[in-house]
Structure formats: C-alpha cells, structure tokens
Design a protein around this ligand. Structure first.
Ligand code: VOV
Length: 248
C-alpha cells in the first residue's frame, strides 16, 4: 500500500451557486423588491462583519454564462455554521427569488508533499493563515472540482510518496510563477462531495486563469492524473454592481 499524504484542514467551505428567477423578480412590486434587497444587504453586512472578525470569510461573484447567476463562497469554522447560514439565507425573501443550481462542500486543505520537517505546523502563523484565509478582494473568480485519476496504469493512489512528491514539486513550481497574479485555494472534498478537491482561483486579470490552467495541463500531475468537472468563472459583486444587477 502507498503512503497516504498527511493533510492539514482549516475552515469548511460552501460554494453556493444560484440562478435569479428574473420572471418572479420583474413581476414583484417595488416594495417586495425593496424588502428582498434590504434582507440581502443585511446578510452581506453580517458576512462582512464575520470576515472582519476573522471568524470566517465570504465573497460573492456574478457568474458569466448559463451555469449560474451567482456564486456565494463561504468559509466557516464548522459544518454546522455553514449549514446554519445556508438555511438562514434560504429563509430570506431575496432567496425566494433565486434557485440553487449547484453547490460544493469541502474544507481548506494543505498537504505535506512539500512541507518542511519539524515543528507543529499549526503553531506556524503562515500555515494557519493559509488554512483560515480571508478570501481575496479580487475582480474575478474561477471554480472547478477535480479528481486525481485512478484507472489502469494511471492511478495516482498507487504511486509512491516520492513519485507524488516529485510531481507536486513541479506543480508548485509552475504555480509559483503566477504569484501576485493568481491566488489559489484548494479545498479537499473526499467524503464530502462528488469530486476529490475544489479549486478556487482569484485574479484581477481573468486571462491569468486560462494561462495558468493551460500551462498546468502540460505538467504531468495534471496531464496524466487530472480529471475536471465544470468550470465556473465570474466577476466580483460590489455594492454598485449588485444595484445594477438587481435593477429591472
Ligand atoms: C497559483 C497557483 C498554484 C500554486 C502556487 C499551487 C501550489 C500547490 C502546492 C505547493 C501544493 C502542495 C502542497 C499543498 O499546498 O497542499 C498544491 C496542491 C494542490 N494543487 Fe496547486 N497550486 C496552484 C494552482 C493550482 C491549480 C490551478 C490547480 C488545479 C489543477 C489544474 O491542472 O487545473 C491545483 C490543484 C491542486 C490540488 C488538487 C492540490 C492537492 C493535491 C494533492 O494530491 O494533495 N493547484 N498546489
């Protein structure tokens, strides 16, 4: 049996993808729309306060294309908190003008493939900051779920630790050349959702997603072992953009 990588886990993640029911929104009268908008603002404020207090982090993006209109990404300390906030939001009148199209449950994860030896990593503030990250204030997001292949001769889980380490080193080297351009948050979802990881990328220049993902396709760990689900790409929603989005 190959040695399993050791992983460190941080905040739990919920990616919540919704469509806006434009027909219902347009048919609602002004007072109803105002009530829904106020409730939405209230939640955005609460989530902002949680990010400020560093007890979690939330960002909201509008998704381009027909897979979804909105993506709410929430990081919280426990699965219970994620569930509570999901239910509370679903009870708002704003949520009644939306419907769910996809969601993803995972937990922020770091592996020991490239870890230095010695010391309790949880005592290292840099490690803790990566496990419990404040989600970046970036113009664009890209999310997709992925697996490491396990079929025939291409079985990631049958490789030795050393083989996997070497490939992850090469992966990390490519990633490092995107420092300052793309920020990645890898969330583990084995046992939580249908794929093994969620990949969430943030950038101010959306083209950098394409360049990074393309370059990684030529790297062995992605070329041979990467399997990917649907890709979602979007633009950050600030207050102004929300107002514009919801005006009919
Ligand atoms: C900004 C770019 C960037 C950088 C710097 C980066 C670096 C690193 C490092 C150093 C490590 C290993 C240690 C750890 O931190 O866990 C990882 C780990 C991981 N990555 Fe990565 N990755 C990036 C970016 C990046 C992308 C774009 C993808 C998607 C792959 C693609 O083809 O579309 C990805 C995937 C992953 C995954 C699924 C894991 C976990 C694999 C496992 O088997 O456990 N990743 N990654």
């Amino acid at each position: 049996m190959s040695e399993a990588a050791q992983t460190l886990e941080g905040w739990y993640a919920l990616h919540d993808f919704r469509m806006i029911d434009w027909t219902a929104w347009r048919l609602a009268d002004e007072a109803e729309r105002q009530k829904a908008t106020d409730e939405l603002q209230q939640f955005l404020k609460e989530w902002g306060a949680i990010s400020e207090a560093r007890t979690g982090s939330t960002v909201v993006f509008s998704i381009v294309g027909q897979k979804a209109d909105l993506m709410f990404m929430h990081l919280r300390e426990t699965l219970e908190e994620l569930n509570e906030l999901e239910v509370a939001f679903n009870k708002t009148s704003f949520a009644s003008y939306t419907y769910s199209v996809y969601s993803y449950v995972s937990v922020v994860e770091l592996s020991n493939y490239l870890a230095g030896s010695g010391g309790d990593p949880m005592q290292n503030p840099e490690v803790v900051a990566r496990l419990k990250p404040t989600l970046p204030n970036a113009k664009h997001v890209c999310f997709y779920p992925m697996n490491k292949r396990r079929s025939g001769n291409d079985n990631w889980y049958m490789l030795s630790m050393d083989e996997r380490k070497a490939m992850m080193r090469s992966h990390g080297m490519i990633g490092r050349t995107y420092a300052g351009k793309v920020k990645q948050i890898i969330t583990g979802s084995v046992g939580f959702d249908n794929w093994e990881w969620g990949v969430t990328l943030f950038a101010d220049d959306a083209l950098q997603f394409k360049k990074l993902v393309y370059e990684m396709r030529f790297d062995e760990v992605s070329a041979r072992y990467g399997e990917f689900g649907d890709f979602y790409v979007g633009n950050q929603l600030d207050e102004q953009k929300w107002t514009k989005l919801l005006s009919v």
